[in-house]
Design a protein around this ligand. Structure first.
Ligand code: GLN
Length: 500
């Protein structure tokens, strides 16, 4: 009977596995087929009015998108947009994963050492955004010692890093940095002027203003891999559009007035800079990141254990409403992505409180610990419930007949045995948590992964740096698994006796 069932299970498993393989192969082969003549153009679509998703159709739109399409038409190239995080664009160009990128990217001397740029297609510059009621920040000089939010890997981030005594937090998008300002967690955002102005004027961003003049003069360019065969085609098409009014038309769809004159070579490329790569600094930064990763894991695991134990006990308690509430909690936190929970807590809760007329905001440390703890408590609760329920019912009865109270039974008989069974899954959960802490990078937390991203954003050595980051995680998880193995051995009465 049992072998029949096993056979049947194996058959089902094989059927599912072959279906998955077929799907995988067909998608890989269709991916390979996509028209060879199409130019894969990367963009980071949270940078309105340059690139964004149309609210209605969900399609990409914006100045850059339209301009690139017009360039594609003029150069007879079929454009296929690929969305990527901004700090992933240059690494993608370096590895030839994409053929070009249009993403409000400033032509800088550092970037020009690793990628090629087209002639400038837009004149922009950095601007400082502050809360409406802020009167003490008027210019760049006033940012000294202030808290500043930036988008990772941007010229704004670069500029902010030169300000003395300032605490800079980096976010994955300009809009998240602005959200941080609205929530009052930073004093200013240093970001591309046209983007901040558009967010205020067109997208109805409230409570924020731009102060002073543009801090820098920057030119955007289309980036391509070094020695790209498409560079001339793109430059010629862009030149043609500037001459025949096509450029002006696209410009006026998004901005008022006449487009400014654009130079053939931006001033930033007139002085070349050398990027030096410092292994010692990389190691020091990664070590610092690892400390934060470990601290986050340890705190979240401890709170998770406390919360998880309470929830597990509630789940096996005889009180139905309590069981129901805890079940909903567990299902919610296990059934929704950790990233969404983090965003809800960090960005969402302060907004909700503000709407309720309460002034409340979270620091990122408690927010990260809270989100990680709530999430791991849900998993840990299930591990503990399973462990406790796996102990034979007879043991309860035996303890009770010896006159032990339910609490005593749990504490002295059931839990010690259950704990031994729970250790391997607890170890798994700990290791998962070590890796999940990398998610808090999105709220500007400089843990291990973010430290790596920050280094890549200024040195563009993605392979070496991410490999070093991966190895660091491996060291942390291997050490944790040794720790749990040791605990398991210690809790095994047979091994303990042998050792004695
Ligand atoms: N212009 C800025 C830069 O190149 C920001 C670009 C962006 O965030 N898309 O760094």
């Amino acid at each position: 009977m049992e072998t029949k069932l096993l056979k049947r299970n194996i058959q089902v498993f094989l059927a599912i596995a072959s279906c998955l393989l077929v799907i995988l192969f067909t998608s890989v082969s269709t991916m390979g087929q996509d028209s060879p003549s199409s130019l894969k153009v990367a963009t980071e679509p949270t940078f309105p009015p340059f690139e964004m998703q149309d609210q209605g159709t969900g399609e990409l739109t914006g100045f850059d998108i339209q301009l690139m399409k017009a360039i594609g038409e003029a150069a007879e190239l079929n454009i296929e947009f690929i969305t990527l995080p901004f700090d992933g664009i240059i690494p993608a160009l370096q590895s030839n994963t994409v053929d070009a990128a249009i993403s409000g990217m400033t032509i800088t001397a550092e970037r020009a050492q690793t990628v090629s740029f087209s002639r400038p297609y837009f004149k922009a510059g950095l601007a400082i955004a502050v809360q409406d009621n802020n009167t003490n920040i008027q210019s760049f000089a006033d940012l000294e010692g202030k808290r500043i939010a930036v988008q990772i890997g941007t010229t704004g981030a670069q500029e902010a890093s030169t300000i003395e005594g300032a605490t800079v937090s980096s976010f994955d998008s300009a809009s998240l940095a602005l959200q941080e300002l609205i929530n009052g967690k930073v004093d200013a955002v240093v970001n591309d002027g046209p983007v901040t102005l558009y967010a205020i004027k067109e997208a109805g961003l409230q409570g924020v203003k731009v102060v002073g003049e543009l801090v820098t003069e920057e030119y955007y360019g289309i980036a391509l891999p070094k020695d790209s065969p498409y560079l001339d085609d793109i430059n010629n098409a862009l030149g043609l559009l500037i001459q025949n009014g096509g450029y002006r038309e696209v410009y006026q769809t998004w901005f008022a007035g006449e487009p400014p004159e654009l130079p053939l070579v931006p001033p930033s490329l007139e002085t070349a800079q050398v990027i030096s790569f410092d292994w010692g600094k990389l190691f020091a930064n990664l070590l610092q990141g690892s400390t934060i990763t470990l601290l986050l894991t340890a705190l979240a695991f401890t709170f998770g254990l406390i919360g998880g134990t309470a929830v597990a006990i509630a789940l096996i308690s005889p009180y139905k409403p309590l069981r129901l509430i805890c079940r909903i909690y567990v299902d919610f936190f296990r059934g929704t992505p950790m990233l969404v929970q983090l965003f809800m807590i960090y960005f969402g809760l302060p907004g909700l409180f503000r709407e309720l007329g309460l002034d409340f905001s979270f620091d990122r440390f408690p927010a990260a610990v809270l989100a990680l703890s709530l999430n791991s408590a849900a998993y840990l609760a299930e591990i503990m419930r399973g462990g406790i329920e796996s102990i034979d019912k007879g043991q309860w009865e035996a303890s009770q007949s010896l006159g032990m109270s339910p609490l005593q039974t749990m504490q002295d008989v059931i839990f010690p045995q259950a704990l031994r069974r729970m250790l391997p899954p607890l170890g798994n959960e700990f290791i998962t948590l070590v890796k999940d802490t990398s998610l808090v990078a999105v709220i500007g937390f400089e843990e291990l992964f973010r430290q790596g991203q920050l280094m890549v954003a200024t040195t563009y050595r993605s392979f070496e740096i991410y490999l070093a980051v991966a190895l660091m995680y491996l060291v942390l998880t291997t050490l944790s698994s040794f720790g749990f193995k040791w605990l398991e051995a210690r809790m095994n009465p047979l091994q303990r006796r042998k050792a004695a």
